[in-house]
Design a protein around this ligand. Structure first.
Ligand SMILES: Cc1cc2nc3c(=O)[nH]c(=O)nc-3n(C[C@H](O)[C@H](O)[C@H](O)COP(=O)(O)OP(=O)(O)OC[C@H]3O[C@@H](n4cnc5c(N)ncnc54)[C@H](O)[C@@H]3O)c2cc1C
Length: 388
C-alpha cells in the first residue's frame, strides 16, 4: 500500500501498554533508544480491558511447580531492585497464608496449602506451617484448621508501580501512543510495518503484550498463525469493610494475603487505610465444577472461614479488576517468538497470575527481542508448542 506519511523506524515497538508492555520497554531501554508503545486504550489509568489496572496484586512464591516458584522468586528480586532504585514501596511484605479447613477439604495432604508448603520448603524459601492452635494465636481472624505461610509473599501496589514506571519511561524518552487501532502488521525482510488508524510505522522488532486482545491482534498480522487456545474468565470480587473497632485486625501488619486455592478463594488485607476494605475474590478452580463444592462464592467462604467479616458491609468491586483471567489449555505461559515470524515476540496467557512475574517477563522479552536470546530456560512457554 502506498502512503504519503513518513515512516518512522523504531528499534522496538510494543503493542499493549499493560504491566508486561511497560516492563518490556523499561528493560529494553537499557539496550536501545527508539522504543514506542502502542496502546488501544489508556496506559496506567482506568482501562477495563487491562488486567493490570488494579489496586492490589498478590505476590508469592508458593507454586506447585518448582519452576514457577523459582521464576516468582527471581521476579521478586527484580521488584526489590526497582523499589530500591526508585525509593518507592511497590511490595507490601505481609506474607501469603494458604489455608485449609477439614469440613471443606477433608484430605489435608492433597490441599494446595500442604503441597505448596512441601515444594517451597524443599526450595528453602522458608515457609512456616501452622496447626489450628498456632493459627488461633497468630491469625485469629480465620476459622480454619491449618495454614502454611509463604513468608516471601505479600501484595503489590499497581497504582504506585504504573505511575512510577510511566514517569521513568517518559524520562527515558520512550514514546507512548494511546487510543490507537492497529489495522495491519506485516513482517518484511528489513523490518516490520505496522499500519494504525493514525499512522504507518516501521520497526526492527515487535513485542505483543496485548492481554485479552492478543488473539484478535494476531488476525491483523499478514500470514498469521492460528489463535492461541486461551479461555477467559472473570472472578467474583468483593470488598468487605470492617468497622473501626475491627479494622486494625485486617491491616497488613496483622493480616496476610490469603488463599484457599482448592476452592478458588484469595484475598488481600486492608490495602489503604482510607478505603478500609478487605478484598476477597472467588474463581472456579480449573477442572472443578462449581456445584461440586461447598464454597461457590465469596459469601460462602466468609461465612465458613472469616466469620468476623460475615455481617460487615460489603459490595462487589467495580472500581478495579473488571478484567479477565487468561487460562491456556495446557496451563503454561506463552512467551517467545510468534510462530513463523523472525522478529515478532509474544507474551500472554498468564493464567491469572502474571503481575508478580512482570519485571522478569519484561526482561526476558527485551532480551529475546534485542539480543535474540535469553538467559532463562523458557522452552516450556514456547508459543510454537501449539502449532506442532
Ligand atoms: C481479577 C484479576 C486478579 C488478578 N490477580 C492477580 C494477582 O493477585 N497477582 C498476580 O500476579 N496476577 C494477578 N492477575 C493477573 C495479572 O493482573 C495479569 O496477568 C497481568 O496484569 C497481565 O498484564 P498484561 O500486560 O499482559 O495484560 P493487560 O494488563 O491486560 O494489558 C494488555 C494491554 O493491551 C491493550 N491492548 C489490547 N489489544 C490491543 C490492540 N489491538 N492494540 C493495542 N493495545 C491493545 C489493552 O488495552 C491493555 O492495556 C489478576 C488478573 C485478574 C483479571
Amino acid at each position: 500500500m502506498k502512503t504519503n506519511k513518513k515512516i518512522q523506524t523504531q528499534d522496538l515497538i510494543i503493542i499493549g501498554g499493560g504491566i508486561m508492555g511497560l516492563m518490556t520497554a523499561y528493560y529494553a531501554s537499557d539496550l536501545v533508544n527508539n522504543i514506542t508503545i502502542l496502546e488501544k486504550k489508556t496506559i496506567g489509568k482506568e482501562n477495563t480491558e487491562a488486567a493490570s489496572f488494579s489496586y492490589t496484586r498478590s505476590i508469592r512464591v508458593d507454586y506447585l511447580e518448582p519452576f514457577y516458584a523459582n521464576l516468582a522468586y527471581e521476579a521478586q528480586q527484580l521488584w526489590l531492585d526497582l523499589e530500591k532504585n526508585y525509593k518507592k514501596t511497590f511490595f507490601v511484605k505481609c506474607g501469603c497464608l494458604n489455608i485449609a479447613k477439614k469440613t471443606i477439604t477433608p484430605d489435608f495432604f492433597s490441599t494446595y496449602a500442604q503441597r505448596s508448603y512441601k515444594v517451597i520448603s524443599d526450595l528453602n524459601y522458608g515457609p512456616v506451617s501452622f496447626s489450628k492452635q498456632q493459627l488461633n494465636l497468630r491469625f485469629p481472624q480465620f476459622d480454619v484448621d491449618m495454614g502454611s505461610l509463604d513468608t516471601k509473599g505479600g501484595f503489590l501496589l499497581p497504582q504506585t508501580i504504573s505511575k512510577t514506571l510511566l514517569k521513568v519511561l517518559q524520562k527515558k524518552k520512550i514514546t507512548l501512543v494511546e487510543n490507537i487501532d492497529i489495522v495491519s502488521v506485516e513482517e518484511k525482510t528489513d523490518g516490520i510495518i505496522i499500519t494504525t488508524n493514525k499512522d504507518k510505522l516501521s520497526t526492527k522488532k515487535l513485542v505483543i503484550t496485548a492481554g485479552k486482545g492478543t488473539n484478535e491482534l494476531i488476525t491483523k498480522i499478514k500470514n498469521n498463525p492460528p489463535p492461541f487456545p486461551i479461555v477467559y474468565d472473570r472472578p467474583q470480587r468483593k470488598y468487605y469493610y470492617p468497622p473501626e473497632k475491627l479494622v486494625k485486625q485486617f491491616l497488613p501488619e496483622y493480616f496476610p494475603v490469603f488463599a484457599y486455592t482448592d476452592v478458588g478463594i484469595y484475598g488481600h488485607p486492608v490495602f489503604d487505610k482510607k478505603k478500609g476494605a478487605v478484598k476477597i475474590a472467588y474463581f472456579v478452580p480449573v477442572g472443578i465444577k462449581k456445584d461440586e463444592k461447598k464454597i461457590t462464592c465469596v459469601e460462602d467462604f466468609v461465612a465458613e472461614c472469616l466469620p468476623l467479616l460475615k455481617d460487615v458491609p460489603s459490595e462487589e468491586i467495580t472500581d478495579a479488576d473488571n478484567c479477565w483471567y487468561d487460562t491456556v489449555s495446557d496451563d503454561d505461559f506463552i512467551l517467545g517468538s510468534l510462530p513463523k515470524f523472525n522478529n515478532i515476540l509474544i507474551g500472554t496467557g498468564w493464567r491469572g497470575t502474571g503481575y508478580k512475574f512482570a519485571p522478569l517477563v519484561g526482561k526476558i522479552l527485551s532480551q529475546l527481542a534485542l539480543q535474540n536470546r535469553t538467559i532463562y530456560d523458557i522452552k516450556q512457554f514456547s508459543p510454537a508448542r501449539f502449532t506442532k
